[in-house]
Design a protein around this ligand. Structure first.
Ligand SMILES: CC(=O)SCCNC(=O)CCNC(=O)[C@H](O)C(C)(C)COP(=O)(O)OP(=O)(O)OC[C@H]1O[C@@H](n2cnc3c(N)ncnc32)[C@H](O)[C@@H]1OP(=O)(O)O
Ligand SMILES: CC(=O)C(=O)O
Ligand SMILES: [Mg+2]
Length: 370
């Protein structure tokens, strides 16, 4: 043992003596202390841009103040012969743009690709002090997170980074879905998870050709009318993603990390996008990806609780006093459980309004209307 000063005195000794109790210890000597709680910062939209595309990169300073998260994408949608340019572009953007309160994330290439190692080596050592979250695609099990966790710790130590970079997994393989709980709890570095409906559809051998959203063929049909067997029967389109999003939300909530819906590829279908985002919001997701500027406003609208819902939540909280017992408000029973639901809505509204003056004003006005 180097130094011989015992466990408390010697960080090398600490590294050798790992046990389950060491979950919250740094994975490399000199790496920052892991976080105990995932910081809840607004992340209603994770706005994707290709840092190697000069037109998109030029828009970053103007877009940054309008989004909660800007993500420099290095993986799918960046052509193989432009991977290095995208990586270099992200370094340039991170060093030159003032992001203010907006978070900077990246999506690295998948761990089995020729680029992932250099993505991590370059980004953590060159802009690790500016990166909030590294999104890892095609995560299949806790082992993938453990690999990234250790490597990032080593690189943080080398770069002298004082604030740990967090990790976000994309749920986009059948193995990933099967192992979603162990992935969620794999490391204190885990910030959250997004659904990846396009790769998940391909690897499940689903017969769709879309990026998220529903499908007109996935439906339930009204029973035939016994009197009029030829009469038209209503059809109700079903949600292809309900099962996976619900599993992801439970795994994330159980491990204290944040769930997100991912991308909606039909950019022109703003109504369908809003519906998909809202389903995810109602099920517990805190945000979604925006692939095009037109989706930024949709995510902002959907993932900010509606002013009337916030006013209602505040009214129930006020009426419930210490949060126990039962009261009747407008004909609806309220008790400890509805009080807690209302706290979720009111606390989210407060966090978002703290950095959004327009929202603050809307919530205040809705309260006055009551
Ligand atoms: C399954 C998955 O992995 S999803 C994640 C990976 N995919 C992505 O990241 C896709 C990101 N988005 C894009 O690449 C583009 O938005 C596309 C290809 C979908 C559409 O791009 P375009 O055909 O250029 O769209 P459009 O013509 O409407 O763009 C309007 C303007 O917005 C810009 N723009 C488009 N998308 C973005 C963006 N994500 N961020 C910043 N600016 C953008 C365009 O450069 C264009 O600028 P201009 O007016 O100066 O010419
Ligand atoms: C989000 C993503 O990467 C996918 O849908 O495949
Ligand atoms: Mg994918």
């Amino acid at each position: 043992m180097a130094g011989g000063g015992g466990r408390d005195a010697d960080p090398i000794w600490e590294m050798w003596m790992r046990s389950p109790k060491d979950f919250f210890r740094p994975l490399a000597v000199g790496a920052p202390e892991p976080v105990r709680d995932v910081p809840f910062r607004p992340s209603r939209m994770i706005h994707f841009f290709d840092p190697g595309n000069p037109k998109m990169a030029a828009k970053v300073p103007a877009i940054a103040p309008t989004v909660d998260v800007l993500l420099g994408n290095l993986e799918d949608a960046v052509a193989a012969d432009r991977k290095e340019a995208a990586r270099a572009g992200l370094v340039e953007v991170a060093k030159s743009v003032d992001f203010g309160e907006t978070q900077l994330w990246t999506r690295i290439n998948s761990l089995d690709s020729p680029w992932a190692l250099d993505d991590l080596l370059t980004l953590v050592t060159e802009i690790g002090d500016r990166l909030d979250v590294i999104m890892v695609p095609k995560v299949e099990s806790a082992a993938d997170i453990h690999y990234v966790d250790r490597l990032v710790a080593q690189l943080e130590a080398r770069a002298g980074i004082r604030r740990p970079i967090l990790v976000h997994a994309i749920l986009e393989t059948p193995a990933g879905v099967a192992n979603v709980e162990e992935i969620a709890g794999a490391s204190p570095r885990m910030q959250g998870m997004s659904l990846g409906p396009a790769d998940l559809a391909a690897s499940r051998r689903m017969k769709t050709t879309r990026v998220g959203g529903g499908h007109p063929g996935y439906l339930v049909r009204q029973d035939p009318d016994g009197e009029r067997p030829d009469a038209p029967r209503a059809v109700f389109q079903q949600d292809l993603w309900h099962y996976t999003i619900a599993r992801m939300v439970d795994a994330c909530a159980a491990h204290g990390i944040l769930p997100y819906y991912g991308p909606f590829g039909d950019i022109k279908d703003t109504v369908g996008c809003e519906d998909q985002f809202r389903n995810a919001f109602l099920l517990g997701c805190v945000g979604a990806w925006s692939l095009h500027p037109v989706q930024i406003g949709i995510a902002k609208k959907v993932f900010s609780p509606a002013p009337e819902d916030v006013a209602w939540a505040r009214r129930v909280i006020a009426a419930m006093g210490d949060g126990t017992g039962a009261v009747m408000i407008d004909g609806k029973m309220q008790d400890d459980a509805t009080f807690k639901q209302c706290q979720v809505v009111a606390e989210l509204a407060e966090t978002l309004a703290a950095r959004d003056a327009e929202l603050r004003a809307a919530y205040a006005a809705a309260g006055e209307d009551r």
